[in-house]
Design a protein around this ligand. Structure first.
Ligand SMILES: Cc1cc2nc3c(=O)[nH]c(=O)nc-3n(C[C@H](O)[C@H](O)[C@H](O)COP(=O)(O)O)c2cc1C
Length: 170
């Protein structure tokens, strides 16, 4: 269970090393193992390892600039909501998949960082364009991935504030 507690957002990667395509596909498999409302299938994954595309994505927001420090990312994509049985739950399905990928990456010894895209249109639109999405699918999140440059993973014992735990009544 330590990998759950030790997951941290990693923003500096060893650019001389690459994650194999096999491992990247496996991370997508873990993403898709996340729960989804009514078991709807509203998720896709784009593995990006072309630096030119990554650099373009790094410019979509202030928070995305750290992407220029990585050589691989996975974009979690929402399928056309109109084709889903519970479309209002789709963002939650996509969040669950994103988190699963972060945790699976940590377990495998990779660093990762969730770059927020959805629900901001000013981020979704450029991401869609850069990744060649011109139908009703949309980019939900970008996940920076790689071998961490520094081994600064640590367990933050204070992350859970005990005042936020309640039994039976809030
Ligand atoms: C929805 C969401 C959006 C995020 N967007 C960004 C981002 O754009 N850039 C970034 O560097 N980190 C981003 N993060 C990572 C958070 O900054 C990070 O999880 C938080 O600071 C806690 O640190 P930790 O992940 O190391 O525990 C995002 C996290 C979430 C859940």
């Amino acid at each position: 269970m330590d990998y759950l507690l030790n997951r941290r957002s990693v923003r500096k990667y060893d650019l001389s090393k690459k994650i194999s395509n096999e491992d990247l596909i496996e991370l997508c498999k873990y993403g898709e193992a996340a729960p989804s409302a009514r078991r709807q299938k509203g998720r896709e994954y784009i593995i990006v390892n072309e630096q030119e595309i990554i650099n373009k994505l790094s410019l979509i927001s202030k928070g995305s600039m750290i992407l220029s420090e990585c050589n691989t990312l996975i974009a979690v994509i929402g399928k056309d909501p109109k084709c889903l049985s519970t479309p209002h739950m789709q963002p939650l399905d996509l969040s669950a998949a994103t988190e699963n990928i972060l945790l699976a990456a940590t377990k495998k010894g990779y660093g990762s960082c969730w770059i927020g895209v959805y629900p901001l249109e000013e981020r979704i639109n450029p991401c869609n364009e850069i990744l060649g999405i011109n139908d009703n699918r949309f980019v939900f999140s970008l996940i920076a991935l790689g071998i961490p440059l520094n081994d600064d993973s640590f367990y933050d014992a204070n992350k859970l504030d005990m005042n936020d735990i309640h039994f039976n009544r809030g």
